[in-house]
Design a protein around this ligand. Structure first.
Ligand code: AHR
Length: 367
């Protein structure tokens, strides 16, 4: 009897174990189980690539973090990059940061996540990039700095090339033009009150254009910068700040002789404020701008503005060439400057080797 009971117990245990085995069939296969599970896995070639999946047809994907669209210069710069990348047959992933550094940092973070092949960055200000630059370096994505500069320890280790303009030289050229112009007018020894509309606070062009201009006029104690304030590179603020410059100049009894604007957009806004104050722009106040945009050329030809120093926004083809070089295994130059040219309708007639005619070049303006 004992023997029969033992046999029955063994049979019950075997049945129980078999039941457990059936239950296990409903649980997911271990991750390293090589057995395919066709009911769950999607058919691979029917699924289109997700947006953030790198193209696998050899097309390069370029993430471009642009500052915003604060000026005609900036709009021309964006168009130049768009066109050059399209001409190269590559994909551009564009982000407009609306003048906010945190938006640029977020855009770069997104580019890293999307695994772009190259990043092009036009940084709004010089500082505050350390952490995101380290992230880009860690991701192994080549970064091309375009237009403005950055300021961080060992900064040259964080970009493959900087495609730009020489902002300090632009400031110097503006100062030299002023000295030449005052000399031609016989006023170089007079007391001259200068007001300055600066660009975005903390940006490379604002810092360098201010420094270059001061370097040149610094040797002339009779040339004084009486008021200086940012107009954030916009026409609207250029007009508002000029209104306040004029108000203070009149209250203090110190008339303004010269306006030095860090870009043409602000100069054009200021021209409106000067007119509204009953003064004649270009005559009562000498007006100096930077950028060489079409509207400034028209203002110079009309006699409302005196001079503009060129800062080319047409950097797209050079950026594309840098990428082509890297793809071909060629190390690009670390800094690539565009030429600085100065356009007016007065000194260019006297010193054609130093200054160029705005009227002559007007048909060539594309921004
Ligand atoms: O960084 C270049 C400057 O930015 C241009 O002079 C100005 O117009 C723009 O907004």
């Amino acid at each position: 009897m004992k023997k029969v009971l033992s046999i029955l117990l063994v049979l019950v245990l075997v049945a129980a174990l078999a039941a457990c085995g059936n239950g296990a069939q409903d649980t997911p296969a271990p991750v390293d189980d090589p057995t395919p599970t066709p009911d769950v896995a999607p058919p691979v070639d029917e699924d289109p690539p997700a947006d953030d999946t790198p193209a696998n047809d050899g097309t390069l994907r370029i993430g471009f973090s642009q500052i915003g669209s604060e000026s005609d210069w900036r709009v021309g710069n964006t168009e130049s990059v768009r066109q050059a990348v399209a001409d190269a047959g590559w994909e551009l992933i564009f982000n407009d940061a609306n003048q906010q550094q945190h938006n640029q940092i977020q855009a770069i973070q997104d580019f890293i996540t999307q695994g772009v092949d190259y990043i092009v960055l036009a940084p709004i200000v010089e500082t505050g990039w350390d952490s995101i630059m380290m992230d880009v370096a860690e991701a192994g994505i080549p970064l091309i700095l375009m237009d403005r500069s950055i300021d961080m320890p060992n900064q040259e280790d964080y970009f493959v090339s900087w495609v730009t303009n020489n902002f300090e030289d632009e400031g110097r050229r503006a100062g030299e033009w002023l000295l030449d112009f005052l000399e031609e007018e016989g006023r170089l020894g007079d007391d001259i009150n200068i007001v300055e509309l600066q660009g975005t606070v903390g940006s490379g062009p604002a810092i360098d254009r201010a420094a270059g201009f001061r370097e040149i006029i610094g040797g002339h104690a009779n040339l004084e910068i009486t008021q200086s304030q940012t107009g954030d590179f916009t026409t609207e603020l250029g007009m508002q700040v000029m209104e306040s410059f004029l108000g203070r100049a009149s209250a203090e009894g110190r008339p303004i002789d010269v306006l030095y604007a860090h870009n043409d957009g602000m100069a054009l806004g200021a021209i409106q404020a000067i007119r509204d104050a009953g003064l004649v722009p270009g005559e009562d106040i000498i007006i100096i701008g930077v950028d060489a945009v079409l509207l400034a050329f028209e203002a110079i030809v009309a006699g409302d503005m005196n001079v503009t120093v060129e800062c080319s926004p047409l950097l797209g083809p050079t950026v594309v060439q840098v990428i082509r070089d890297i793809e071909a295994g060629i190390t690009p130059e670390q800094i690539i400057f565009s030429d600085v040219r100065v356009f007016d309708e007065t000194l260019s007639l006297i010193f054609p080797d130093r200054y160029l005619s705005a009227a002559d070049d007007l048909p060539n303006r594309v921004y």
